[in-house]
Design a protein around this ligand. Structure first.
Ligand SMILES: Cc1cc2nc3c(=O)[nH]c(=O)nc-3n(C[C@H](O)[C@H](O)[C@H](O)COP(=O)(O)OP(=O)(O)OC[C@H]3O[C@@H](n4cnc5c(N)ncnc54)[C@H](O)[C@@H]3O)c2cc1C
Length: 438
C-alpha cells in the first residue's frame, strides 16, 4: 500500500502539534527542522538571565517523537516550495536544495527577529529568539559585570552597568524584571569593587504603555512593579540609533555596553516560497481551515500564518500555534481517510500572562484580570504543563523552587571558545572572529 506522505516544516509549537496529531494514522510523516531541538521560547529570558540552563528549555525533536514510528525527523533547512511538483527543497550540512516530495504539506516556520529596517542595530543589540541568542545575551550580561569588576576607573562602571531593553512587550518586561532580581540576589554579594545593585536597567519603547496587548490596569500594575524593582521606563519614543556606545532616544544619548533587542519580529519566508497572499506583516493569509487558497494540500500554522477571528488577527502566541497545528493534523487525517470535513478552525483563548520578577505576574483571561502572587502561581503551573517532556517539568520545577528559596541560579556560565593561539571567541562573535581581532 502506498502511504500518504505528509511533510511538516518546523518543529516549534505548531509543527510538533501537527506531527503528534498524526501519530495514530497511516500517514508517513517527515518532520523537518533546521535545529535538532524543540524550543520553549517563553522561557528563553530565563536562560538569558541565568535562571535555567539551555537543556531545561529545549529538547531533541527525535527524543520527543521516539515512540512515534510513522514519523521521520530530518535536520535541515527548507529553502523553498514547488507547489506544482509538490515538493519542498532541503539544504543540510553537505547537500543543497534536495527535493522532498509531499502529498500534504504543513508550514510551521514561525518568525525571525526584525529590526524594523535597521539591520545595522543587530551587531550591537542581540535579540532573543533562539537558544544561541539566549546564550549570547547571558554572556553579554555576565561579561558586563566581570568587566566592571576588573575596571579600575570607576567612571567607566556606569556604562558597563547600564542595561537597556528595547521593546516593552512581554519579553522586554520579563527580561528587565529578571535582570533586576538577578542583581539583587545571586550577584549581590559576589563582587568586591562594584555593587551590582547599582546597575541601571532601562526599558524603552515607542508605545505609550508597556505590555500593550494587556488591559490598561494590568499594564499599570506591571509598570508599578517594575519601578519598585528599580527599572527605569522610557515610553513614547522610538530608538533613533544603537551603536557600540549605547542608544540615542528622543535626542538623548544613553551610554551602555549592553543593549538587548526585545522589540519586533518578522515572519519566515513561507509567503514568498508559496507566492501566496500575505498580510502587511508578511504572514500567509490562510482560509478558515488553515489551508492556502487554491491549495487544499498546503496548511500554514502558527506565527507564520495570518487568520482573523471576530474581526481581529489572531496573535502570535504559543496557544494559537498549538491549536492550529493540532487542527491541521486532524484535517489531513480526515482527508486521507475520506472522513467528514472538520468545522473551520476556532481559537480558544486561554488567556495572556507575563511574569514580572519573583512571585509576581499579570494574567488576563476573559473578564478576569489578576496581578500578583496568585497570577504568578498560575503562570508557573501553565508553563510547567506546556514543557515538552516530564523530565523537563521536574527539573524546571526543582530549579524554580531552589531559585525562589535561595536566590541562586541554574547557570551563570560565560561560554567562550579559547581556540589555540586564536585568542578568545565569544558566542556573540561571528565565526572566525576572535575577541582579539575585534
Ligand atoms: C522570547 C519569546 C517569548 C515568548 N513568550 C511567550 C509567552 O509567554 N506566551 C506565548 O504564548 N507565546 C510566547 N512567545 C511566542 C511563541 O513562542 C510563539 O508564538 C510560538 O513559538 C509560535 O510557534 P510556531 O510553531 O509558529 O513557531 P516556532 O515555535 O518559532 O517554531 C518554528 C520552527 O521552525 C523552524 N524553522 C524555521 N524556518 C525553518 C526552515 N526554513 N527550515 C527548517 N526549519 C525551520 C525553527 O527552527 C523552529 O523550530 C514568545 C516568543 C519569544 C521569542
Amino acid at each position: 500500500m502506498v502511504r500518504t506522505k505528509v511533510v511538516i516544516v518546523g518543529a516549534g509549537f505548531g509543527g510538533l502539534a501537527a506531527a503528534r496529531a498524526l501519530r495514530n494514522t497511516s500517514a508517513s510523516v517527515v518532520l523537518i527542522d533546521r535545529t535538532n531541538h524543540h524550543l520553549f521560547e517563553p522561557l528563553l529570558y530565563q536562560v538569558a538571565t541565568s535562571v535555567l540552563t539551555t537543556g531545561q528549555i529545549a529538547t531533541p525533536i527525535r527524543g520527543i517523537l521516539r515512540r512515534q514510528k510513522n514519523t521521520t525527523v530530518i535536520l535541515g533547512e527548507v529553502t523553498g516550495v514547488d507547489k506544482d511538483k509538490k515538493c519542498v527543497f532541503l539544504s543540510d550540512a553537505d547537500r543543497e536544495n534536495v527535493p522532498i516530495p509531499y502529498d500534504y504539506l504543513v508550514l510551521a516556520t514561525g518568525v525571525t527577529q526584525s529590526y524594523f529596517g535597521h539591520n545595522e542595530f543587530a551587531q550591537y543589540a542581540p535579540g532573543l529568539k533562539t537558544l544561541v541568542d539566549a546564550v549570547i545575551v547571558r554572556n553579554k550580561v555576565l561579561q558586563a559585570f566581570e568587566q566592571a569588576e576588573a575596571e579600575e576607573d570607576p567612571s567607566r562602571h556606569r556604562d558597563l552597568l547600564t542595561f537597556i531593553l528595547v521593546g516593552a512587550g512581554p519579553t522586554g518586561v520579563e527580561m528587565a524584571a529578571a535582570l533586576a532580581v538577578l542583581v539583587r540576589t545571586a550577584l549581590k554579594s559576589e563582587f568586591r569593587r562594584i555593587d551590582p545593585v547599582t546597575a541601571r536597567i532601562l526599558l524603552v519603547d515607542m508605545a505609550p504603555r508597556i505590555l500593550p496587548t494587556f488591559s490598561k490596569d494590568l499594564s499599570e500594575a506591571a509598570n508599578k512593579r517594575l519601578q519598585d524593582l528599580g527599572v527605569e521606563i522610557r515610553l513614547g519614543h522610538s530608538v533613533d540609533l544603537i551603536d557600540a556606545d549605547g542608544i540615542i532616544v528622543a535626542g538623548e544619548r544613553i551610554f551602555s555596553k549592553t543593549v538587548i533587542w526585545t522589540a519586533g519580529v518578522a515572519p519566515s519566508p513561507a509567503g514568498k516560497w508559496l507566492s501566496a497572499d500575505t498580510d502587511r506583516a508578511g504572514r500567509v493569509r490562510v482560509q478558515p481551515d488553515l489551508t492556502v487558497p487554491g491549495h487544499p494540500e498546503i496548511s500554514v500554522v502558527g506565527d507564520t500564518a495570518s487568520l482573523d477571528q471576530n474581526g481581529k488577527p489572531l496573535p502570535g502566541v504559543a496557544q494559537v500555534a498549538l491549536q492550529q497545528g493540532r487542527y491541521a493534523g486532524k484535517l489531513i487525517h480526515s482527508r486521507i481517510v475520506g472522513g467528514p470535513t472538520p468545522k473551520p478552525f476556532k481559537y480558544f483563548d486561554k488567556g495572556n500572562m507575563a511574569v514580572v520578577g519573583k512571585g509576581f505576574a499579570v494574567l488576563q483571561t476573559g473578564k478576569i484580570h489578576l496581578s500578583g502572587f496568585l497570577a504568578w502561581l498560575a503562570w508557573a503551573a501553565v508553563h510547567l504543563q506546556f514543557l515538552a517532556t516530564s523530565s523537563l517539568r521536574v527539573t524546571v520545577f526543582v530549579q524554580w523552587v531552589w531559585t525562589y528559596v535561595t536566590g541562586q541560579r541554574g547557570s551563570r556560565l560565560i561560554v567562550n571558545d579559547y581556540g589555540s593561539n586564536q585568542g578568545t571567541r565569544s558566542a556573540d562573535a561571528p565565526l572566525g572572529v576572535t575577541a582579539a581581532s575585534k
